[in-house]
Unconditional design. Structure first.
Length: 381
């Protein structure tokens, strides 16, 4: 059986990257011998904008932590990791790349391994560079990807961006999995949950989900919602996710537009066991992003058969069927977002979004990830 060393974050860390690595480990372990090498220290606390890096949920997709040994700021741990992998002697070394901050550690570990594993170092690219890139990010990205022999891109936009940070290495393709393992609630429970939030049980709820940063466009949605709510008295907006920006900026918009009685803000990291009720009580997920590549939020929405109204940025368009599983919006401004939401409601009168999403989920490319890795391993011989 072929042996794979997989480097990336997983439990006890929170977020889409850790969840993706957990899914990937489970999928690959069915076909290969996989050693998962996790982080002992992910981000230094001073550099992390949220309240905690750890997933404090009561329910997890997997409690498996792998071997926690990498300190992102500790060079000695990079050496120990490389030494451990050399002793393991895998057929393929896979390094998850999602953030330029990890450029130095990725460069060091891959650099110490490259002579021992020629043509066997694969960088798994969720993003090439962060959504809010600075000059230092571009430098760290080139630094971190220096010793890659090949890449596995998770979207077309990432595949197109890679050449500027590579030397013409082969690029393979796959997708993020659908995150649909969370428990679901009964209809009566959902109506009760609406009332707990202060909404009427027959209200129509729009959902903005995930941590709040400027590139995600919550300010745009709040302005758009003010216009929508003025036309439809039953509309409500639920904002569920931890603010990495100053919340005052967003609450000032709510106050200015006098929509405080129609907007519920839950400024905290949402535990896994809470996800079902928020997605299920919502009619549609709104993603007014200014930039992006692909999104775990969309894949969670699909996991609950929930459609989205989403801006046409990055690689989003390749993961939706416009007018069938989601509504694609041309620009991230309040007029286009409001129009997109109105268009969704008009389409929903005749389009079976839920069934279309089920079909889309069934075709998700992540289900073939083991076959992709078999091809990569064959090419690495």
């Amino acid at each position: 059986m072929k042996k794979i060393a997989l480097i990336g974050p997983c439990h006890p860390y929170r977020g889409g990257n850790a969840l993706f690595i957990a899914h990937l480990y489970e999928a690959l372990s069915k076909e290969f011998e996989v050693e998962l090498i996790n982080y002992k220290v992910l981000y230094p606390s001073l550099l992390f904008p949220g309240t905690t890096q750890y997933d404090e949920s009561d329910e997890h997709f997997s409690d498996f932590t792998g071997k926690r040994m990498i300190n992102s700021m500790g060079p000695f741990s990079w050496w120990r990791t490389a030494r451990y992998i050399k002793k393991m002697n895998p057929d393929l070394v896979v390094i998850d790349w999602w953030q330029p901050f990890f450029g130095p550690s990725n460069r060091a570990i891959s650099g110490m391994l490259r002579k021992h594993f020629p043509n066997k170092i694969l960088f798994l690219t969720e993003n090439v560079i962060s959504h809010e890139a600075r000059k230092i990010d571009k430098f760290l990205t080139k630094l971190g990807l220096k010793h890659a022999d090949k890449f596995l891109a998770l979207s077309n936009i990432v595949e197109k961006d890679l050449p500027q940070y590579s030397r013409g290495q082969k690029i393979y393709r796959s997708e993020l999995p659908i995150f649909g393992w969370f428990k679901e609630h009964e209809k009566a429970e959902i109506q009760a949950e609406k009332e707990k939030l202060g909404f009427e049980k027959d209200s129509t709820v729009l959902l903005f989900f995930g941590y709040v940063r400027r590139y995600k466009g919550l300010d745009i949605l709040l302005e758009a919602f003010a216009d929508l709510a003025a036309q439809r008295d039953d509309l409500r907006l639920l904002v569920a996710g931890e603010f990495y920006d100053d919340p005052k900026f967003y609450f000032d918009i709510i106050e200015k537009n006098n929509i405080g009685n129609k907007v519920k803000v839950i400024n905290q990291y949402i535990a896994n066991e809470e996800l079902a009720k928020y997605f299920q009580l919502s009619e549609v997920v709104v993603m007014p992003y200014r930039s992006g590549t692909q999104s775990g939020i969309l894949n969670i929405a699909y996991g609950y058969n929930k459609p989205a109204v989403i801006t046409n940025v990055g690689g989003f368009a390749e993961f939706i069927d416009d007018g069938k599983t989601a509504v694609l919006v041309a620009k991230a401004d309040k007029y286009h977002i409001a129009a997109g939401v109105r268009h969704y409601f008009e389409l929903a009168k005749t389009v079976d979004f839920e069934n279309n999403i089920r079909k889309r989920v069934a075709e998700n490319g992540f289900g073939k990830i083991a076959e992709v890795f078999k091809e990569i391993l064959k090419d690495s011989e």
